[in-house]
Design a protein around this ligand. Structure first.
Ligand SMILES: Nc1ncnc2c1ncn2[C@@H]1O[C@H](COP(=O)(O)OP(=O)(O)O)[C@@H](O)[C@H]1O
Ligand SMILES: [Mg+2]
Length: 242
């Protein structure tokens, strides 16, 4: 089957520096794929390239079999993107933010659907009509995740989706992502959180200084990838080895 997302020998230069070097991976429909790496590894750059906001100097990225460079708007229509610092309006409530951003995306969404998405991210009902400037970081992140889900696109690109979430909310997010994948959505998320990546992903690619240095698959029949093995590899590469 044709992969939904693929990078082929992808290299990207930013400010004169090669920040992605010969990166290749592919993601099938219904998979959760995690790109794991430290600060500056090139995780966010990878997502921006899939959205067509950055161009490869060599290699390519494909979305649903189409070269993003040739048709970035087709790629963007198939993707809901959660940016690293999601910008929602503090003077608007969760409902108002969701309605506003969904209308910009050309989606008309009823109150019941908004509530269903906010239930899925476990944002307490009494907060939903309150201005978001009173929210905690975790509550804001929940609304941003709800917005990505409500776009109802086949593909989700999520940049550090669990940042600001407490451990209980992280577990809930992991279950939600797995449910979405089982329902047929394809998810590429980037994170520096080894534990979270191991619990949510079918496959983890380890990115270090723009280079893929390791890959870990969830063994058949297991509910997670081995955290110790991934942590050891992460720590080894972060220390400059092998
Ligand atoms: N706006 C930018 N302009 C130029 N270089 C950037 C920009 N943003 C990030 N970079 C550089 O690209 C590299 C990868 O960054 P990034 O993809 O944001 O890493 P990560 O998301 O893994 O922390 C880093 O060396 C960073 O300094
Ligand atoms: Mg980043």
């Amino acid at each position: 089957m044709m992969p939904v997302l693929s990078a082929q020998a992808l290299s990207v230069i930013r400010s004169g520096q090669e920040v992605l070097k010969d990166v290749s991976f592919s993601i099938a429909q219904g998979e959760v794929h995690a790109l794991l790496g430290g600060n500056g590894a090139g995780k966010s750059t990878t997502l921006l390239t899939f959205l067509g906001f950055l161009q490869p100097v060599s290699g390519s990225v494909h979305v649903q079999g189409r070269d993003v460079n040739e048709n970035p708007s087709a790629a963007r229509q198939a993707i809901a993107y959660l940016p690293e610092a999601a910008t929602l309006y503090g003077h608007l409530s969760a409902y108002e933010n969701l309605r506003y951003f969904l209308s910009l995306a050309g989606t008309d969404t009823g109150r019941d659907e908004l509530d269903a998405a906010l239930d899925r991210v476990a944002l307490q009902p009494e907060a939903r009509n309150i201005r978001m400037q009173t929210y905690s970081k975790g509550m804001r992140q929940k609304v941003a995740i709800a917005l990505a889900i409500l776009r109802d696109t086949p593909i989700l690109l999520l940049d550090e989706p669990t940042s600001g979430l407490d451990p209980v909310a992280i577990d809930e997010f992991n279950r939600l992502a797995r449910d979405l994948a089982e329902a047929g959505r394809t998810i590429l998320l980037v994170t520096h959180d080894v534990y979270g990546a191991c619990h949510v992903a079918d496959r983890i690619d380890l990115l270090q200084n723009g280079v893929l240095v390791g890959a870990f698959d969830r063994p058949p029949g297991m509910d997670r990838i081995d955290t110790e093995a991934v942590h050891a590899a992460f720590a080894q590469y972060a220390a400059g080895g092998p």
